[in-house]
Design a protein around this ligand. Structure first.
Ligand code: G1P
Ligand code: ZN
Length: 544
């Protein structure tokens, strides 16, 4: 039996976990007792660990292994019965969500700062997911926060590191540490949803693909599934070994950060299909030869074609998208005669709809797509659903998109980000915008007529909870839309996000450059919000 130590500590201030848990500089997490304090606050918020089981794993970034050992020793000291840990403390976010659900556990801790860079000078994070496999709802994060404010001690077992390299059970005092294969259960789940046989035939017939794991956690998952199970040639999965610093990169699958893959897909040796995922494996980017599929379009195409995969052959109960995500999926829902829900930004808002069986697919413009198979967005899942559809339809990605736009019209879409803006100026801009809302309807802006304008308010149809001020949206009579909101995940100053959307019914106009097609919307955004006046910027830092 290891000795159990109670170490006196003092409350930590201002450590409020958000939608994606607590994200900080790695050095902050490494400060004396910081990780211990936050872990104890989480355990306290659960009302004790006796008789319970938790899942633990992370994306392999710097400090992942050390933090996992501390959490294991603290869990033992706090009376947890069993902790299920991914081998070498690795678990992608969707795989962790699956283990939490499948094992009927009480939740889990995921160590990740998602798509943020990793390393001693970069970011680290810790997120608590509840028993349904999804991110902790606000009531739980509020309780964790309250516990951080009144902490006076943490409990830890005095023991050597547990060997997490070998699969199997180990006892740490009264607690069982079950080291599991991080891939096996997830792979089984994917096999149960998709027609692996059809995808294998597609790949053996000469269809080529490249999956860029960006030196992050999906490397081993993609290798096991795409190369070993589905027969993609070795090397189809690139940057497949998770590195503590993601090889100095920014593991965010978008055209800006996944440059190498973008270059490949537009070059002479482009494979038929390209994809990437982020640090912890929940985001995805989809590409065809010479074509980038916007996440909003991807969600719409998946919704329209999901029935081609065995796991969704019975049709979709409904779909949901975050409010700033383009309305392309709404058009599909209308055609299918199913409900399309519009929720605030953040995956947690899909949880109730998924649990209640109201929606089967959901997604966000920020490269997140998922379904009711877990309670997180899921990068590898999105890639497999695309491959299943490509196998069934036997058409290139570009033709699938063109065909989709012909049927439903094209929603040109782009998000413009202004990063590290002075927070007071950004808040002043949003405040001024809110004030103009009542007078906007009917007014011309940049030559277009505003038909409606509001500050998005969401009333959860399942539990009735209300979330206010979720983004300013301006609708135009021609069907175009602009949304303004401030990021909730930025770390320096404020990040202003401007979401631009323009609907085009006429197939003759479907081949335009998106920034060009959106030029009137860009001008309207400037005119209505005074972006350059408030931010001092004449152009966004990032366009996705
Ligand atoms: C961003 C994305 C949002 C996503 C979140 C967590 O949040 O926009 O869709 O759910 O990251 O991955 P934001 O910084 O916009 O608040
Ligand atoms: Zn992520």
């Amino acid at each position: 039996m290891p000795d159990i130590k109670s170490v006196a500590t003092t409350p930590i201030d201002g450590q409020k976990p958000g939608t994606s848990g607590l994200r900080k500089k790695t050095k902050v997490f490494m400060e004396q007792h910081f990780l211990e304090n936050f872990t104890q606050a989480t355990f306290n918020a659960l009302g004790g660990l006796k008789g319970r089981t938790l899942v633990l794993g992370g994306d392999g970034r710097y400090f992942n292994d050390t933090a996992a050992q501390v959490i294991i020793r603290m869990a033992a000291a706090n009376g947890l019965s069993r902790i299920v840990v991914g081998q070498n403390a690795l678990l992608s976010t969707p795989a962790a969500s699956n283990l939490i659900r499948k094992g009927k556990t009480d939740g889990g801790i995921i160590l990740s700062a998602s798509h943020n860079p990793g390393g001693p000078d970069e970011d680290f994070g810790m997120k608590f997911n509840v028993a349904n496999g999804g991110p902790a709802p606000e009531a739980v994060t509020e309780r964790i926060y309250a516990e951080t404010q009144r902490l006076d001690a943490f409990r830890i077992a005095e023991a050597a590191d547990v060997d997490l390299s070998r699969i199997g059970d180990i006892q740490l005092g009264a607690m069982t540490v079950s080291v599991v294969d991080p891939i096996a259960d997830y792979r089984d789940l994917m096999r149960s949803l998709f027609d692996f046989e059809a995808i294998r035939r597609l790949l053996s017939g000469g269809f080529t693909l490249c999956f860029d794991a960006m030196h992050a956690v999906t490397g081993p998952y993609a290798k096991a599934i795409l190369e070993d199970d589905l027969g993609a040639p070795t090397g189809s999965v690139r940057n497949a070994v998770p590195k503590p610093d993601f090889a100095g990169g920014h593991p965010d699958p978008n055209p800006v950060w996944a440059k190498e893959l973008m270059a490949l897909m537009t070059g002479p040796d482009a494979p038929d299909f390209g994809a990437a995922s982020d640090g912890d494996g929940d985001r995805n980017m989809i590409l065809g030869r010479d074509i980038y599929v916007t996440p909003s379009d991807s969600l719409a195409v998946l919704a329209a074609n999901a029935h081609l995969a065995p796991g969704y052959a019975g049709g979709l109960a409904g779909v949901a998208r975050s409010m700033p995500t383009s309305r392309a999926v709404d058009a599909v829902a209308g055609h299918l005669g199913i409900e399309a829900y519009e929720t605030p930004t953040g995956w947690k808002f899909f949880g109730n709809l998924l649990d209640a069986g109201r929606v089967t697919l959901c997604g966000e413009e920020s490269a997140g797509t998922g379904s009711d198979h877990v309670r997180e967005k899921d990068g590898v899942w999105a890639v497999l659903l695309w491959l299943n559809i490509l196998a069934a339809r036997q058409m290139p990605v570009a033709d699938i998109l063109a065909d989709h736009w012909r049927q439903f019209g094209r929603h040109y879409y782009s998000r413009h980000d202004y990063e590290a803006v002075d927070a007071d100026r950004a808040n002043a801009m949003i405040a001024a915008l809110r004030e103009t809302l009542p007078s906007l309807a009917g007014r011309p802006v940049a030559g277009m007529t505003v038909s409606a304008a509001d500050d998005f308010r969401y009333s959860d149809p399942v539990d009735g909870s209300v979330s206010e001020h979720q983004g300013v949206r301006i609708l135009f009579a021609n069907g175009s839309r602009i949304v303004f909101r401030l990021s909730g995940t930025g770390t320096v100053g404020a990040t202003l996000r401007v979401y631009l959307e323009h609907f085009e019914r006429d197939p003759g106009n479907h081949a335009r450059d998106p920034q060009e097609a959106l030029a009137p919307m860009i001008a309207a955004a400037e005119e209505v919000a005074g972006i350059s006046h408030y931010t001092g910027r004449t152009a966004p830092d990032v366009r996705t």
